[in-house]
Design a protein. Structure first.
Lengths: 663, 178
C-alpha cells in the first residue's frame, strides 16, 4: 500500500493509504484519548473523545473514522480540543449513573481513567438520572444499563468477531439502550455467554457475576495459559487473587483464535461438585473414607496384581477421559499396556474414533489425500457443509467461525442434520434427513455433484461414481426424507464453490454405523477442486484432548471397552476421569459386574457409583499439561492456581502404580 | 501573619471526608499554626462568621442543607467541595433515580424491621429535595477535592495550595473517585 505523509501537531507522521487518522497517530506514538475505539473491530465515532482538528475542516472530527490522506494537517491537542473532551466526559457522566463509589468497575474503568486524565473534578450539567433496568437473567453476566455510555463495543464485537449478533441498539435518542435480540433478557436470548462483551466493556455496564467485587486489577496476578476443555485450544489469560481465579480474558480477543466461549471464560470460576482432595478407600461399612495416598496406591497395585494373577491381564480394563492431558494419557497407556499388558484400553469417546477410522477405511477416497485443515480454514471457505454437528453447544468458537464465514464472507452454508441445529438459521440450505439416513443423503449429494461437475474431476471421482451408479436423486431422496430440489440446489452450490470445507460432529460419529463418515469422505472427495489442496474435513471430536488420545493409539481396539464390560469377564476397571464430568448413567453402566473399580478424578463421583478407590486429580487449571487440538496443534497449559496441598499430577499417580506393579 | 479562617460543614455525607482530613497526622500541627477553625463539626461551633475558606462535605439533599450551604457561601471568600458527595452527589445520590415518595416509603414504611411506620415531614424534619445535588449545582464552588473519601495527601495538597494563595486543581495522579 502507498505510503502517505501527514503533519500532526507540527511534526511529520507517516501512514499508509487506508489508515485512519487515529491509526497514523497511534503508529507515531501520539496519544489520542479513545473510548469506543477497539483495535480489530469497525470504528464508528460514537464517543467523540478522539476529536481532532484538521486543516480546512470546519469543525473537529473524530480521528477514528477520518481517513488519513497525503498532506493532511492535523492538530490532536490544543485548548479548544481539551475543552471539548472534558465537556464530552461531563456529558457522559451526567447522562446516566456513573458514580464510581457504587460501581463494580471502579479502579478498572476506561471512563474513570479518562476523567482522571482530564482532571474532571466536577460536572457542570444537571444529572438526568434515568431509572434503567438491570438484566441479570444470564447465568454469568449482568448488564446494568445505567452505566452504559453507548460506545457500542459490545454490539460490534458480538457481531463482527463472535458472529452471533445478539446485541444491538434498541430505541432512539434518550431511550437508546443496548438490547439482546428483540429486547429479550440476555439469558433468554440467542447469547452464547462467550463473555466477549464483558471483556471489551469500558465501564461497569457488563460484568461477570462471579468476578464482581473481588478486588482491583493491581491485586491480581496474570497467568497465560490455554483452555483444554474442547479441542480448539484457545489462549487464555487468567487473573488470580489468593489462589482463586477471578476472571479469564482472551489475550487477543480480536486476533487469531482469540474468541473464547463460556467453557473457557466462566467454567473455571465455578466448582462443579465436591473436590477429591485426598485418596478415598471404601471401608467395610461401604462408605468412602480418606486414606494416605501411598496406602491407597499400595492397595490399588495389590488388587490389580491379584486380579491379574487370578484371571489374567484381559480381566483388567482401563478407560480414560480424553479431557486428560497427554502426560496423563501416556502414563495411563504405560500402566494398562506395558505394565499390566491388558488389551482393554479405551477412551470415553473411543466410539467416535472408531467411527472415523472405519469410515476412512471404507471410503473410496485416498486417505493420503485427506488433510485435516486448521480451524481458520473455515474463514477462507466459500462453502461450508455442516454435518451432524451443532457447534453452538459442543465447540462454540468453531461456531463463531462458521457464523462469520456465512454472514460476513458470504460463504454458502449447508446444514445436514436430522435434529434441530442452531446453525440452520444461518444456512442457505438445510437438509434434514430422517434419523439414520444421513449416509443416503450424502451419497445422493455426491452423485448429484458428480453429475453437475463438468470441469476436470478430482482424483477418486471415478471409483466413487461407480459405487454410486445405482442410486437416483429424484427416486431415492424421498425415502431419505429430503426434497430432490434441495439436493440439486446443494449440489449446484458445491460444484460452483472453489473452497469447500466439511465440518462434522458426534451426530454421525457412531461406532455401529461408519456409513455416514464414509459417505461424507466420498462427498468431500468429489466436491474438491483439483489442485486446490484436496478435500478439507474437520471432525469436531468431543474431548479436549481427543486428538492427542487418538494419535497415541489409546482407542485402537476394534471394540469399545464399555461393550466388553457389558459382556462380562472384566474383573477390574481403572477409570481415569481427570477433570472431566462423566454422565452418571454411563458410569453406573460401566461399573456393573466389576469386582474392583478405581476412579481417578478431580471431583467426587455420584454417591451411587460403585468405586472401591477414588484417587485425586488436579483440575486442569492446577497442573501443567500438553494437549493436542482437533486440528493437530500442540498446546501446553500452565498451572494457573495451586492444587490442594500435597496433590500429585495424574501422570505421577499412574506412574507410581506402574512402579509398584513392576516390583 | 494573621491566621486563615476556615469553616467546614457536613451535609449529606458520612463524615468520612472530615475523618480523612484528620488523617494528615503530624501535618496538622503545622496547619494549626496557620489556620483557625470557626464553625465546623470538629469544633462544634454552630454560628457562621465571615471566613476566608469554606469547606463543604456531602451532597445537598434537603432544604436545610441547601440553606446551610448558601449561608456558608455568603460567609466565605473561597468555597471548596471536599469528597465525591460534594463534588458529584455520589452516595447520597443513589436515591436520585427514584421519586421522593418511593424513597420515603421504602425508608420509613417498607424496611423489613419497621412495623406501623410513618413518614416524617416538616416542620419536624426538613423536606427532601427531588434529587441529591452536588454543591456546585446549588452555589458557586471554587475548587474541588474528589475521593470517597479523598486521601489525606490530596486534602493536604489542596489546603497548602490555598495557603500559598493559589486555587488548587488536583493533578491526575491524585484524582480518585472511590
Amino acid at each position: 500500500m502507498k505510503e502517505i505523509t501527514l503533519t500532526i501537531n507540527g511534526k511529520t507522521a507517516k501512514g499508509r493509504e487506508g489508515d485512519t487518522v487515529l491509526e497514523v497517530c497511534e503508529a507515531g506514538d501520539i496519544h489520542v484519548p479513545t473510548l469506543c475505539h477497539l483495535k480489530g473491530i469497525t470504528d464508528v465515532g460514537a464517543c467523540r473523545m478522539c476529536v481532532v482538528e484538521i486543516e480546512k475542516e470546519r469543525r473537529p472530527v473524530p480521528a477514528c473514522t477520518y481517513p488519513a490522506r497525503d498532506g493532511l494537517v492535523v492538530q490532536t491537542h490544543n485548548e479548544k480540543l481539551e475543552k471539548y473532551r472534558r465537556q464530552i466526559l461531563e456529558l457522559m457522566f451526567t447522562e446516566r449513573n456513573h458514580l464510581c463509589a457504587q460501581c463494580v468497575a471502579s479502579g478498572d474503568c476506561e471512563l474513570q481513567d479518562l476523567a482522571y486524565e482530564y482532571q474532571m473534578d466536577n460536572v457542570r450539567y444537571p444529572y438526568s438520572w434515568p431509572a434503567l433496568p438491570l438484566d441479570s437473567v444470564n447465568e454469568h453476566l449482568v448488564i446494568d444499563h445505567n452505566r452504559c455510555i453507548l460506545c457500542g463495543r459490545c454490539v460490534r464485537i458480538c457481531d463482527e468477531v463472535v458472529g452471533v449478533h445478539t446485541l444491538d441498539f434498541g430505541y432512539r435518542g434518550w431511550k437508546d439502550t443496548v438490547v439482546a435480540d428483540l429486547n429479550q433478557p440476555l439469558g433468554e436470548s440467542s447469547c452464547i455467554s462467550c463473555g466477549a462483551c464483558f471483556q471489551v466493556c469500558p465501564t461497569g455496564t457488563i460484568f461477570s457475576k462471579n468476578g464482581a467485587y473481588q478486588g482491583r486489577p493491581e491485586e491480581y496476578r496474570k497467568v497465560s495459559s490455554v483452555c483444554p476443555v474442547c479441542g480448539i485450544g484457545c489462549k487464555i489469560e487468567a487473573l488470580v487473587k489468593d489462589n482463586r481465579i477471578v476472571r479469564i480474558d482472551s489475550p487477543d480477543l480480536t486476533g487469531k483464535r482469540g474468541v473464547l466461549c463460556h467453557k473457557g471464560r466462566f467454567s473455571p470460576l465455578y466448582q462443579n461438585g465436591e473436590r477429591v482432595r485426598t485418596a478415598l478407600v471404601r471401608n467395610r461399612r461401604g462408605t468412602l473414607e480418606p486414606r494416605p495416598l501411598s496406602k491407597a496406591l499400595d492397595l490399588v497395585a495389590g488388587k490389580l496384581a491379584d486380579i491379574k494373577a487370578r484371571y489374567g491381564a484381559s480381566s483388567i480394563a482401563g478407560i480414560a477421559s480424553s479431557q486428560a492431558s497427554s502426560e496423563a494419557l501416556t502414563a495411563f497407556k504405560e500402566l494398562m499396556g506395558a505394565t499390566i499388558k491388558s488389551e482393554l484400553i479405551d477412551t470415553l469417546d473411543g466410539d467416535a474414533f472408531r467411527a472415523i477410522a472405519r469410515g476412512e477405511r471404507d471410503s473410496k477416497a485416498k486417505p493420503a489425500g485427506l488433510k485435516e485443515p486448521l480451524l481458520e480454514e473455515i474463514l477462507k471457505a466459500d462453502a461450508i457443509v455442516l454435518v451432524g454437528a451443532d457447534p453452538s453447544e459442543s465447540h462454540p468458537v468453531a461456531g463463531s467461525y462458521i457464523a462469520r464465514a456465512a454472514r460476513q464472507n458470504g460463504a454458502a452454508l449447508i446444514v445436514i442434520d436430522p435434529v434441530h441445529n442452531a446453525f440452520q438459521y444461518h444456512a442457505n440450505l438445510r437438509l434434514s434427513p430422517r434419523q439414520g439416513k444421513e449416509a443416503v443423503v450424502l451419497d445422493l449429494l455426491s452423485r448429484a455433484v458428480i453429475e453437475k461437475t463438468s470441469r476436470s474431476r478430482p482424483d477418486g471421482t471415478e471409483r466413487i461414481a461407480t459405487l454410486l451408479k445405482d442410486i437416483d436423486v429424484s427416486r431415492d431422496s424421498k425415502q431419505a426424507g429430503v426434497r430432490a430440489d434441495d439436493l440439486l440446489e446443494a449440489a449446484r452450490v458445491l460444484s460452483k464453490a472453489r473452497r469447500t470445507i466439511f465440518v462434522y460432529g458426534d451426530g454421525i460419529m457412531r461406532h455401529d454405523d461408519p456409513a455416514p463418515i464414509t459417505s461424507l469422505l466420498n462427498l468431500a472427495t468429489v466436491a474438491a477442486r483439483p489442485g486446490k489442496g484436496g478435500p478439507r474435513l474437520i471432525a469436531l471430536t468431543p474431548g479436549g484432548n481427543s486428538r492427542g488420545a487418538r494419535d497415541m493409539g489409546l482407542a485402537s481396539s476394534s471394540q469399545s471397552v464399555a461393550k466388553s464390560l457389558k459382556n462380562g469377564g472384566v474383573k477390574a476397571l481403572y477409570l481415569l476421569s481427570s477433570d472431566d464430568t462423566i454422565d452418571p448413567a454411563q458410569l453406573s453402566a460401566m461399573s456393573k459386574g466389576v469386582e474392583f473399580m478405581v476412579i481417578q478424578s478431580s471431583h467426587l463421583p455420584p454417591a451411587k457409583t460403585k468405586a472401591d478407590v477414588v484417587l485425586p486429580s488436579p483440575r486442569w487449571t492446577e497442573a501443567r499439561g500438553k494437549y493436542t487440538t482437533l486440528d493437530g496443534l500442540t498446546r501446553t497449559t500452565s498451572r494457573i492456581i495451586r492444587p490442594p496441598r500435597g496433590m500429585k499430577t495424574d501422570a505421577q499417580i499412574l506412574s507410581e502404580i506402574s512402579g509398584r506393579l513392576k516390583k | 501573619m494573621a491566621k486563615v479562617k476556615v469553616a467546614t460543614i457536613w451535609l449529606e455525607g458520612c463524615a468520612g471526608c472530615h475523618m480523612s482530613f484528620l488523617d494528615i497526622d503530624e501535618a496538622i500541627v503545622e496547619l494549626a499554626s496557620a489556620v483557625e477553625f470557626s464553625r465546623s463539626p470538629i469544633t462544634d461551633i454552630k454560628e457562621f462568621v465571615p471566613v476566608d475558606v469554606g469547606i463543604v462535605e456531602g451532597g445537598v439533599g434537603n432544604t436545610e442543607e441547601e440553606e446551610v450551604l448558601k449561608e456558608l457561601r455568603a460567609n466565605c471568600k473561597i468555597l471548596m467541595a471536599l469528597g465525591d458527595c460534594a463534588c458529584f452527589g455520589a452516595v447520597g445520590a443513589m436515591r436520585s433515580s427514584f421519586s421522593k415518595e418511593e424513597v420515603l416509603r421504602r425508608g420509613y414504611i417498607e424496611t423489613e424491621s419497621t412495623c406501623e411506620g410513618k413518614i416524617p415531614g416538616p416542620p419536624a424534619v426538613p423536606a427532601l429535595l427531588d434529587q441529591v445535588k452536588p454543591a456546585n449545582h446549588v452555589v458557586k464552588v471554587d475548587c474541588y477535592v474528589p475521593g470517597c473519601p479523598p486521601e489525606a495527601g490530596a486534602i493536604l495538597y489542596s489546603l497548602k495550595e490555598l495557603l500559598a494563595g493559589r486555587i488548587p486543581v488536583l493533578p491526575s495522579d491524585m484524582m480518585r473517585f472511590d
